[in-house]
Design a protein around this ligand. Structure first.
Ligand code: SAM
Length: 192
């Protein structure tokens, strides 16, 4: 995946520039025009964050989905990635100042999510880290009990191991509420 260095003044501009640069929307479309599978995924994230206080993300990369979460202004955000070097250099200043201005309790952790200390309680866990069956299985076994409402998994069509891991995890407390197979796909599960 390609990282794009964007120099703008606000997180809103950063996010809108990134989706244009990634050609997720054409320059003639507005950012609100959700059409591609990835845009649909972003809208799904917004829908669940809207009804939640806390959001935890596994797999930050340069911060695309993390920006979506921040811009929804939940009370608390925790974000994890095994390598945050690029994010710290290029994205963190803008992300941190947005969190500070909007009074969001926001912490990032540079760790392996399969072995790190167990996460704080959270309404939402977004899993978009190492897309293997073994890794996802370990993440769910370690942190799944700390999630109160939703777990959303990206790439569940492209990476079938992820779907296998979540299918084994859901019984008996969780149910699949969305299984979107377009593009790389995503799956949303909800606590019963
Ligand atoms: C697909 S990218 C995340 C994309 C991001 N959500 C976005 O919106 O652009 C996957 C990320 O998972 C991270 N990762 C890979 N293995 C990991 C591990 N064992 N623990 C935590 N993060 C990991 C990578 O460093 C990478 O940044």
């Amino acid at each position: 995946m390609r990282r794009i260095n964007i120099k703008v003044d606000t997180l809103e501009e950063w996010y809108n520039t990134l989706i244009r640069e990634k050609k997720l929307i054409k320059s003639t479309q507005s950012p609100e025009d959700w059409r591609s599978p990835l845009q649909n995924y972003h809208q799904q994230l917004q829908n669940i964050i809207k009804e939640s206080d806390s959001y935890t993300e596994f797999g930050v990369f340069q911060g695309h989905t993390l920006a979506i979460a921040l811009l929804m202004n939940p009370k608390r955000i925790r974000a994890y990635d095994i390598d945050l070097s690029w994010y710290y250099e290029h994205s963190a200043p803008l992300f941190n100042s947005y969190a500070e201005e909007n009074k969001i309790d926001f912490i990032t952790y540079e760790v392996d999510t399969s072995t790190c200390p167990i996460i704080d309680e959270t309404d939402i866990l977004h899993i978009d880290s190492l897309h293997t069956y073994e890794h996802c299985k370990k993440e769910l076994a370690r942190h799944g009990h700390r999630v109160k409402k939703y777990i959303i998994f990206h790439d569940t069509t492209a990476r079938r191991g992820l779907f296998k891991a979540l299918s084994e995890f859901i019984v008996p407390d969780w149910e699949i509420v969305v299984q979107n197979t377009k593009g790389v796909g995503y799956t949303l599960i909800k606590r019963k």
